[in-house]
Write a protein that binds this ligand. Sequence first.
Ligand code: PGA
Length: 240
Amino acid sequence: MYELHVVSEDQFGAAAVDLLRDLAAGACLGLPTGHTPLPVYAELRRLAAAGLLVPGRWRVVMLDDYYGGGEPSFHTWLGKEVITPLAIADDRYLRIPTLPGGFANIAAACDDFESRLRVWGGCDWQLLGLGANGHIGFNEPGSARDSRTRLVTLTAATARANAEYWPQQQPPQLAVTQGIGTILEARRIALLVRGADKAAILAAALQGPITPAVPASFLQLAPALVVVADTAAAARLASL
Ligand code: PGA
């Protein structure tokens, strides 16, 4: 089951941020990148600038990033949109590893990410976008229900879609993502969906069979799922 909020495009950011208002200091928030959460981050910045919200007290966990440690990176993107403007301190920000760093390999660095997330007590809220192919994070079709944070190869469609965000550069084909099993451990998940081009995949994810072919369909198993969709994205949902 899920709770559905259908909102107009101009109410999208406020509706998503409303979910976060009860987050205590020290609460842990998982954040995605992409076009979809832009109004949410703009609203967070607006409220923080007006002194109506103090997100600097939250802890933030990345959802995914490109592999390789170069640019473009979601780390830089999130830094500009959220981490710097909301004054999230370094020790309150858990990055997805993009290189082995001090570890034997990227798999060991991913295990370290998972351990740190466990030490933090997991995410209180994980915000997610929805890929046109049904991915969540970079869990592409075929990803398993119990997958953990790991190195993945992007589908050609995802690499093409992401290339639009950085027209000057060629995004990498490899990425590191929280697994579906990792994501499902968040105490609450907010799936954010905007635009008519996501209407069919949103209906498949929420009301179709639970299948690795549509990774977002595993969200039907989430302990607490809230969907914030604009009217265009919600258009294909059968009424419950
Ligand atoms: P978008 O991406 O928000 O840019 O549409 C969502 C995603 O691919 O997860």
